[in-house]
Design a protein around this ligand. Structure first.
Ligand code: BGP
Length: 477
């Protein structure tokens, strides 16, 4: 529907921003923290900086929270670092790790900012990896359960909103890029075993949250890329539905309906895949009832028919920010992705598509009828201070304005949306392009080549966002 008036956001809507421990904290060897696999992975992404210092949030958290408060934040989504809380396989957690997050939570609450806490955002401790082969071995389930329970017990008196595993679907779909895959040749089969183990960890966390946190609410964090059919050709529509299943819906159906859906069972049969579902697994999954969806959404995709006889093509992401590097995948018998002539793209070939935001919220609401919060959305670009010392990021303002407007329209359409937390508050390390690809509302004065003074410089987008959220979504600038 087209509305005559501009959108109205609900009272108590959670306006904030988002981060992840490994990308923002730095201090990787301080106060007992041991390495995570993603630390080692980040060292391989030369010539970009690794995560050893990142935004140095570990040492700047008070200043960062003060900036959030000045901006008008009512929420902040961040993650806990597993190797900071359990640096080794000991029965006792690391008191210093608990203390850091406890202080951060207290600091947020001091300013009336609601903490939204992710348990797992890619920082698998090296000790867990060495002992259990990462997500490949069911031994990780108890280790994860112990970690999650420790977090609920330590912070559950102050944290209501919990997120289980960040972008489980992306970790499976892009297992090679995100370092989950350990053997490329067998990944087609292994990924579903790994995924099943992740589902069991997610389920354990949901159950433990409800058991240990009074009034605690927990949800998953799918990485969402809405998929349109390339044309009105019915075969393209089915291709879009296939792509939707294999990149998103299989996961979301599992979280909500707590069963593997018919589509994935057929896919496994067709490809001779055994996900290794054992006795008692589905009972555990059945008992894990989620409370809401946390949704990450940056862009959209477009799908068209791909015949079973076609040659497969791997998805090759743009890894260096020079336009035109991306190669779309072909999955014979299911779908292929293709360009969308109706949308622009950024330097990393990511579609700039605000309507995808409204589409996603409508889609998830129509399918699952659960409250939703946006936990990631944002514009990655090269930024640097101008001669006046300020950071002018008009393109980011335009991006955020258009996207948030569509969140508002989805609310007008009847969707239950409870918060918006874009990526990211400060600049932080990107998954593949160090400090070069920046998302922050606040600039961090450092580069991939040199660690500078790490000064915080609010960008133009910070001031624009502040005006918008202090007016609860009325002042669009
Ligand atoms: C999401 C991840 C984040 C973040 C973001 C931006 O998928 O949850 O950790 O990094 O994508 O991606 P990138 O850093 O590759 O630009």
């Amino acid at each position: 529907m087209q509305y005559k008036n501009q959108p109205v956001f609900p009272e108590k809507f959670m306006w904030g921003a988002s981060s992840a421990a490994w990308q923002v904290e730095g201090a990787v060897a301080e106060d007992g923290r041991t390495p995570a696999i993603i630390d080692l992975n980040s060292k391989k992404k030369k010539p970009y900086a690794d995560n050893s210092i990142a935004s140095d949030h570990y040492h700047h958290y008070k200043e960062d929270v003060k900036l959030m408060a000045d901006c008008g934040f009512t929420s902040y989504r961040f993650s806990l670092s597993w190797p900071r809380i359990y640096p080794s396989d000991s029965a006792e957690p690391n008191a210093k790790g608990i203390e850091f997050y406890s202080n951060l939570i207290d600091e947020l609450l001091k300013y009336g900012i609601e903490p939204i806490v992710t348990l797992y955002h890619y920082d698998m401790p090296v000790w867990v990896d060495e002992k259990y082969g990462g997500w490949y071995d069911r031994g990780i389930i108890d280790a994860f359960d112990r970690y999650a329970r420790t977090c609920f017990e330590a912070f559950g008196d102050r944290v209501t909103y919990w997120l289980s595993i960040n972008e489980q679907n992306m970790q499976i779909c892009y297992g090679k890029w995100l370092g989950v895959c350990k053997n490329e040749e067998t990944w087609l089969h292994d990924q579903w075993k790994v995924n099943h183990i992740m589902n069991l960890c997610h389920a354990k966390a949901v159950v433990a949250c409800h058991e240990l946190v009074e009034g605690g609410l927990i949800g998953p964090v799918p990485g969402y890329v809405p998929i349109y059919p390339a044309s009105a050709n019915p075969d393209d529509q089915i291709a879009a539905m296939n792509a939707e299943e294999l990149t998103e819906k299989v996961w979301n159906d599992l979280y909500v309906h707590r069963k593997y859906n018919g589509f994935i069972r057929s896919y496994w049969n067709e490809n001779g895949i055994d996900p290794d579902i054992r006795e008692g697994d589905m009972e555990l999954i059945e008992s894990a009832k989620i409370d809401f969806f946390a949704l990450n959404c940056y862009r959209s995709n477009t799908a068209k028919h791909c015949g079973i006889e076609d040659e497969p093509q791997e998805y090759l992401l743009n890894k260096n920010g020079v336009k035109g590097q991306l190669i779309f995948p072909k999955v014979p018998g299911l779908y292929q992705l293709t360009e969308n002539p109706y949308v622009e793209t950024n330097d990393w070939d990511w579609e700039i598509d605000p309507v995808a935001m409204r589409y996603m919220l409508r889609y998830v609401w129509d399918h699952y009828r659960l409250p939703m919060m946006i936990t990631e959305n944002g514009y990655g670009k090269y930024d640097s201070p101008a001669e006046d010392g300020k950071v002018h990021d008009a393109e980011r303002i335009e991006f955020l304005r258009d996207q948030i407007y569509q969140v508002g329209l989805a609310i007008m359409d009847g969707c239950d949306v409870i918060g918006y937390n874009p990526w990211s508050f400060t600049d932080l390390l990107s998954t593949g392009n160090g400090m070069a690809k920046r998302y922050g509302l606040v600039y961090i004065n450092t580069t991939d080549e040199d660690v500078l003074d790490l000064r915080r410089i609010p960008k133009d987008s910070y001031y624009w966002y502040s005006d918008l959220i202090k007016s609860n979504g009325q002042n669009w600038g």
